[in-house]
Design a protein around this ligand. Structure first.
Ligand code: ZN
Length: 332
């Protein structure tokens, strides 16, 4: 029975690969100025590219950028000591982080940031064992974030600034009406197991992929899928800034079709800032210090995202016509 099951798994993996073209990760990174694979393990890869460390493991559906897992639609594979990644995964989950210069349309100054405090009013969100309501703490982090961003010279719009219920679809609509340049939704996580812990950042699922933990491939684009590349870049910087600042498990960047992200005109992410179902993590969130760290981490991430987009293209790394053809990311 076990053998039969494993044959099925292999068949399923193969059939997924039939639809996409696999790219040699080593070659793609080399074309962007990256070094050779420095890993001593056959099933693991480790490269330096543009000041970043990228790691990959055979048969794992993620790559690791500077320690943060970025989940891909399909597992990576190894053949003849070379790593292979689906072209779709390369375009949607790797290239915009390695080479943000392929996103020139997002280089305009970031003026207005929409902050979305999860839940509110009749919807408390998750309630911890000690009675902490997610809606209250999400709003508190958002208020601190507003102060941090305002101090850095950004305009801020909040989808709610008090304890009121706001429909999910009205949240991106408020961001769009304010012509926001970025959108950040703040939530806290919950799981059946009290042991679950850590922080994760979510981007909208690209077309052709399944949302994290599900199997159904997304067939139709949402309006916000035009921002796939920038959604990823923002999610990466939010995840990296927060996990670099806070002593918290890094659960990575994941994809879901969250209603608050689907109709945004601007890049957006949803941050799950720790588990309210984990007593230790909930207790830490009860401290103003942790909530300040969350706010300042997100504010720093916004600046790092903007800096990454502005960084000049090094002469040797200027994309060739062939690069542009292969790395075209604007259509989906
Ligand atoms: Zn929530």
């Amino acid at each position: 029975m076990k053998r039969f099951l494993s044959v099925l798994v292999i068949l399923a993996g193969t059939s997924l690969g039939v639809f996409g073209k696999a790219l040699c990760l080593d070659n793609e990174l080399k074309a962007l100025g990256g070094g050779a694979n420095a890993s001593s393990s056959q099933n693991a890869g480790r490269w330096r590219v543009k000041g970043m460390t990228l790691e990959a493991t055979a048969k794992k559906p993620y790559v690791v950028f500077n320690g943060s897992n970025i989940y891909t639609g399909t597992a990576l594979s190894v053949s003849g000591q070379k790593f292979f990644i689906q072209e779709h995964d390369w375009r949607k989950h790797v290239l915009p982080i390695v080479n943000p210069q392929i996103l020139p349309q997002y280089r305009k100054p970031i003026k207005t940031i929409a902050i979305d405090a999860g839940h509110g009013g009749k919807d408390p969100g998750f309630i911890s064992a000690t009675g902490m309501r997610e809606k209250t703490y999400a709003l508190d982090v958002c208020n601190r974030l507003k102060a941090q961003l305002t101090a850095r010279g950004f305009n801020v719009v909040m989808t709610r600034s008090k304890d009121v219920f706001v429909e999910l679809k009205d949240r991106p609509a408020k961001a769009n009406a304010a012509k926001a340049d970025l959108f950040v939704s703040v939530h806290f996580n919950a799981a059946a197991s009290k042991a679950a812990r850590g922080l994760e950042t979510w981007m909208l699922t690209p077309v052709g992929e399944a949302s994290f933990g599900t199997k159904n491939l997304k067939k139709e684009a949402d309006p916000a899928n035009v921002n796939d590349g920038a959604n990823l870049l923002l999610a990466y910087h939010v995840q990296r800034a927060l996990c670099g600042k806070i002593d918290i498990e890094d659960r990575g960047v994941k994809c879901a079709n969250f209603a608050v992200l689907r109709t945004l005109n601007c890049p957006g992410v949803l941050v799950e800032c720790g588990f309210f179902s984990n007593p230790a993590e909930a207790a830490l969130t009860a401290t103003g210090h942790r909530r300040d760290q969350l706010a300042s981490g997100i504010a720093e991430a916004v600046q790092q995202y903007a800096r990454a987009l502005r960084a000049p293209v090094p002469e040797s790394g200027r994309p060739t016509r062939e690069d542009i053809r292969r790395h075209r990311i604007f259509k989906h």
